[in-house]
Design a protein around this ligand. Sequence first.
Ligand code: CA
Length: 190
Amino acid sequence: MKETILIVEDEMPLVTLLRYNLEREGFAALDAQDGEEALNIAREQKPDLVLLDWMLPLMSGIEVCRQLRRNPQTREIPIVMLTARGEEGDKLRGLDSGADDYVTKPFSPSELIARIRAVLRRAKPIPADEMLRYDNLTMDLASHRVRRDGREVHLGPTEFRLLRYLMLHPGRVFSREQLLDAVWGRDVYV
Ligand code: CA
């Protein structure tokens, strides 16, 4: 099945160019000319990735990005932002808008496609049995990655094992000895 990219851009020649390049690379393309339309299409069509221009009429790309992240229906959709050279890119870097990557205009189509593929690869869903979830925390047991609100949390190996144990038994209370046995091992003195 083809992966679908939602292009959010108000300059029609650029939409045509992006669509042409995406379709040539085997993607399906949808497009929206402003933020409101983009949010509607994202909710209804669930694209695999949103390619989002910073400069949009009415609602900025950053605001669209925040709203996509706020809505549980669209929260997981990866976002690649398009920015103009210079200032916007720097601002975006500092803003932590929730975009997965950003590409500066003017860009080469092949570079853009490569970035899109990389983001899609990272976003591939992980089998349920390799993923623990609790509230806003997710723990990927295969890659040992922990995320809180989508943001990576760095843990040492012991911290990781401790959190995994607690996440495997949500709502349960353990004594110090039980945790030491389960996480550190029986023969360890702490
Ligand atoms: Ca634009």
